[in-house]
Design a protein around this ligand. Structure first.
Ligand code: HEC
Length: 369
């Protein structure tokens, strides 16, 4: 976290410019240094070693250890690499879109953090080979393997609840609707209009048909580009580094709530937020969980936050971080709550994501007695 004087932009705590690893991708130069704030200390873990890998089973530990050792990892700011680069915090890590809450009475900032490593893998895309001698289906498949596989998976089974499975798409979506989604994107899905342009048939064939039903691509549909510079793509953007149990491959806590005093740069408190009971050590601390929602802090000194996969909405004492109240919501609330008063009564309201029983989600309000 960088704390700056809002009038002059000057940092209030020292910042050191340090050397960081160079890129090994041909033609790419990463900036040689990056600024490191010395205070406050980072609220998310910024490096890990083999000792930090989870070990719920020996075989699981061995498999992530092998993966860990195979990747390029020289700490924070290691550029994405052809070998795969470990990234901690990941792109969903540290603070998320929910942002932080600031208490003007005490100058304390409350921020949720995710501790979940990711893998960034670069791949050289051979555009020439891609376009030649392919059936419409194969053309769609190579598009998919280049641009879609990182989120929807190599078997199209996705990574629920973050990335939907694309299996059985024809039972729930027309081809037109799917194409529209692919072109425009939505939520965490980027827009791919320029990628699928001229290759719509192939894309749809791969998603909706079986291989034998599709003929050779015609010259027009290949959308061949002129031979140019080598193209490298980050194929596993947002790719989790998880253990076989499905947890972040890094030992808990996987999510924390932090109270940072901006006058002193010191922590008032830090607690795990969210709990995966199954993986909690007997009598040990809660595991913490990933989540995107941010906290709010009220004038009365209460923090409200949700967003973790245990579907809880929690209230904490702003001074101690002590849990005051919690309830289980019907889904995960990915949005930050709000609070308001109506007819003399105080409410906390939030949007809760959809689930199988109620795909459209919920808008819920809790009244303070
Ligand atoms: C960065 C991750 C990411 C990538 C890459 C990505 N998608 Fe998606 N995709 C998503 C997410 C998240 C959703 C759900 C979006 C929503 O709910 O609006 C989605 C939704 C979809 C849907 C609608 C599925 C449904 O059941 O509603 C289709 C079809 C789809 N993607 C196809 C593709 C194709 C084809 C590509 C490659 C060209 C692609 N996606 C690349 C994340 C991704």
């Amino acid at each position: 976290m960088f704390v700056l004087n809002r009038e002059t932009g000057e940092p209030l705590f020292p910042i050191e410019e340090r050397k960081v690893p160079a890129s090994r991708i041909p033609g790419e130069e990463a900036w040689p240094t990056q600024p490191f704030p010395l205070k406050p200390k980072p609220f998310a873990r910024q490096s890990m070693t083999e000792q930090d890998l989870t070990s719920y089973t020996q075989a699981g530990h061995d498999s992530i250890l092998k993966k860990f050792r195979s990747m390029r990892y020289e700490g924070l700011f290691t550029p994405p690499d052809l070998k795969g680069t470990l990234m901690l915090p990941g792109s969903r890590g540290g603070a998320e879109w929910g942002g932080a809450a600031y208490d003007p009475k005490t100058s304390v900032l409350f921020v949720k953090s995710n501790d979940s490593p990711e893998i960034q893998s670069m791949k050289k895309v051979d555009q020439e080979k891609e376009a030649k001698n392919q059936t419409v289906f194969q053309q769609g498949k190579s598009l998919y393997m280049t641009y879609c596989v990182s989120c929807h998976g190599k078997d199209k089974n996705g990574d629920e609840p973050n990335y939907p499975s694309l299996i059985g798409l024809k039972n729930r979506m027309t081809r037109e609707a799917a194409l529209d989604k692919i072109k425009k994107g939505g939520g965490k899905m980027p827009a791919f209009a320029s990628v699928v342009k001229g290759k719509e048939k192939g894309m749809i064939a791969f998603l909706y048909e079986r291989e034998q039903n599709s003929g050779k691509a015609t010259k027009m549909e290949t959308g061949q580009t002129k031979a140019g510079a080598d193209k490298y793509l980050n194929l596993t953007a947002y790719g989790h580094f998880r253990d076989p149990q499905g947890n972040p491959a890094l030992r808990p806590p996987w999510g924390t709530l932090n109270a940072i005093n901006l006058n002193t740069g010191e922590y008032e408190w830090q607690i795990p937020l969210g709990n995966s009971e199954k993986y909690q050590d007997k009598n040990g601390p809660e595991t913490g969980q990933e989540g995107s929602a941010g906290p709010i802090v009220t004038a009365g000194g209460v923090i409200f936050i949700s967003g973790t996969n245990d579907q809880k909405l929690r209230a904490f004492d702003k001074n101690s971080g002590k849990l005051l109240w919690q309830t289980r919501l019907p889904g995960v609330a990915n949005a930050t709550a709000c609070t308001y008063m109506a007819n003399g009564k105080q409410y906390v309201a939030l949007s809760v994501g959809g689930n199988k029983d109620n795909p459209s989600g919920f808008l819920m309000a809790f009244g303070l007695p």
